[in-house]
Design a binder for this molecule. Sequence first.
Ligand SMILES: [Zn+2]
Length: 350
Amino acid sequence: MIHPWLAPLWRQVVQGESRRAHALLLSGAPGQGKRDFAESYAARVLCAQPNATGEACGECEGCRLRMSGNHPDLIRVVPEAELPEEQQSSGKTKPSTQIVVDQIRALRDKLGVTAHQNGTRVVLIDPAEAMNTNTANALLKLLEEPPPETLFLLISSAPRRLLPTIRSRCQQWFFPRPDANASSAWLQESIGEGGAALLALAGGMPLAAQRIADMQGHELRRRLIKDLLGMPPNDPVMVAGDWDAWLRSKNATDAGFDLPMLIDWVHRWVWDLGALALGANARFFPDCADQMQAVVARADERALVDCYNALVQIHRAASHPLNFRLVLEDLLMRYAKAVRPAQVRAQPAR
Ligand SMILES: [Zn+2]
């Protein structure tokens, strides 16, 4: 299935297929459907008779094999951590979030034998930025001397993190920012009421918005807004304690709502405050613009900028925090300082 906002790109790709290289890099912001697009394209390549729009027919032998999950010529290379639990090697160590060099060696061996269905073999590498230098160099050798009848599809939300030599070996397909109308219409259908707020929070990326909806994101978002607007007079240290408990609650852990995501949302909130302070529009929380304006009116612009910059650092460190509570206190104290009314700041110390 091609998502409606990707239909123009799909047509372009199908029409320009004669100029297709043996290695493609699908790059663009996360949450817009690059993976689905790559799967659809792989399906097309493995299909004997694609339909009028260029999509796989779903009926030929190639399609049947693929849909049963057993197509020998469709090879996915992903970090072990992203595999279903039953496919992970049952070691004691945590599954790797990287694509390791052994996976590329295994791939090379697999590609050493001829294609099973006498057609093109498709290798999906996802996400390509999960390759470290060793792994990338091993892949580079394969791309430089490609096995016959093999198409490599590399998927990346962070193409700048790839080795330049890998990038230069690939034809790049850039995923443009999803069309707002097509995204809204699709979300309206899939999640109904409140889709617009989540689409904004997700920076206009429809699948990211859908994921937020799936994790009861409306509720999470409401609470975040309430707590941020309540500061001050609410004590940031107290709110940090509440958020610590919130992140550890069953609801949050079941939904996959974690510290990096929470910080990311606060970051977006502060981005909007900064935008409003500069006379621009709120991008992530447009429905809160009026309440945010009131915050901006009393906030210290400089402290807002400092808070935004500090959040960049905090966000970077958030995937491996030593202490949730300390991170949250740091974040919320900076935020409270930025939005503290000017007259309070001006009060002399007693
Ligand atoms: Zn088919």
